[in-house]
Design a protein around this ligand. Structure first.
Ligand SMILES: N[C@@H](CCC(=O)N[C@@H](CS)C(=O)NCC(=O)O)C(=O)O
Length: 185
């Protein structure tokens, strides 16, 4: 999604987690933690979606999506941390348990989902974007797992501000759909 937003040409190599492709030695040589995504840019190899997005934004023409002023960077960073804590362990895990049969505590995933949705709705009730009142990496980091949450059987019926935020993101130039996205209203 980030590569598409930047209008960059890239080659995508799918790693099928259901077949454990991430355990192949070729993939392990790129990321010993055997997790997607991994970016290879010439000789440079980097794992972790937040690190990849920061690299791409700052290298390929969107430094304002991750600015370096201390307060602005910190404001975005708090959402990147939220995306790997409450969003990943709540929204993403609630879905992974259902569709990938992941062995994870569903009660804990649902409790974290409630916390994540509450914060997103609270912020988006009177702001268009998660950080800085403009589109930044904070939005790209949180959007996909939030907009896929219905696949884990969670309804966003009550969360109209979150659903409006999805629409704003999905209307941006070069927005790229992924399997399950855009959000089915
Ligand atoms: N915070 C990391 C999470 C990476 C992650 O956990 N990826 C999962 C899929 S969403 C994965 O590849 N799991 C395979 C495995 O752990 O073997 C990121 O955003 O890059």
């Amino acid at each position: 999604m980030m590569l598409a937003f930047l209008g960059l040409e890239y080659k995508r190599i799918d790693i099928d987690l259901r077949r454990n492709d991430q355990m192949n030695p070729d993939f392990i040589s790129l990321n010993r933690l055997h997790k997607v995504p991994v970016l290879v840019d010439d000789e440079f190899v980097i794992r972790d979606s937040a690190a990849i997005m920061i690299y791409l934004a700052r290298k390929y023409g969107k430094p304002e999506w991750y600015p370096v002023s201390p307060a602005e960077m910190a404001e975005i960073q708090q959402w990147l941390s939220f995306s790997v804590n409450e969003v990943f362990n709540g929204l993403a895990m609630s879905r992974a348990i259902v569709i990938f049969n992941r062995d994870f505590d569903l009660k804990l995933a649902h409790a974290l989902t409630d916390i994540a949705l509450d914060l997103l709705e609270f912020r988006l009730k009177d702001h268009d974007w998660l950080a800085l009142d403009r589109f930044t990496l904070a939005d790209i980091a949180c959007y996909p797992y939030a907009a896929l949450v219905h696949e884990g059987g969670i309804s966003l019926e009550e969360f109209s501000s979150i659903r409006s935020w999805f629409k704003r993101i999905e209307s941006l130039p070069r927005y790229a759909a992924m399997p399950g996205l855009p959000y089915p209203y």
